[in-house]
Design a protein around this ligand. Structure first.
Ligand SMILES: C[S@@+](CC[C@H](N)C(=O)[O-])C[C@H]1O[C@@H](n2cnc3c(N)ncnc32)[C@H](O)[C@@H]1O
Length: 136
């Protein structure tokens, strides 16, 4: 039996946009409406992919800063080309090896990523102090 991470490859930001982008933004908008976060926070988007959800953070929340990480350089390349993410810090990294210090963020999210992380709990201690708001 294959795992979700073996079965699905995230190697094309355009393809992700065609098949998933609109759905990601749709569910992401509901997620943010439910969270109702304060403005001017420092956000981390773990597994930001092609930036579909990350752009909602930029466009709707008046963030102080946005960082996103994802293992896929192809997805990140698409995200870096989005006008709303011009000022975001978008780095290649995985959820189990978060390349940030403990006080780097106010809020961290991980939308539509959990099934793809081999050991989801690894690295989460680093989330303490970031007011980890939610993972879908
Ligand atoms: C379904 S997409 C979700 C992308 C984005 N969060 C969204 O809402 O559109 C899953 C993402 O998880 C990323 N991913 C896979 N393994 C990961 C890991 N170990 N740590 C962080 N992200 C991972 C993939 O590269 C992909 O971009």
């Amino acid at each position: 039996m294959s795992t979700a991470s073996e079965a699905i490859r995230f190697s094309d930001g355009d393809a992700y946009e065609r098949f998933m982008g609109a759905w990601s933004r749709l569910v992401g908008a509901s997620f943010l409406a439910w969270l109702a976060p304060a403005p001017a926070l420092r956000w981390l988007d773990v597994g930001c992919g092609n930036g579909a959800f990350t752009s909602l953070l930029a466009e709707r929340l008046e963030p102080l800063s946005i960082a996103g990480i994802d293992p896929s350089e192809q997805q990140l390349a698409y995200a870096r080309a989005q006008p709303s993410l011009r000022e975001a810090q978008l780095l290649q990294a995985g959820a189990m090896e978060l390349p940030f210090g403990a006080a780097a963020f106010d809020s961290a999210v991980m939308p539509l990523v959990l099934p793809f992380v081999p050991v989801p709990g690894r690295g989460w201690p680093r989330w303490r102090g970031w007011c980890a708001l939610g993972a879908l």
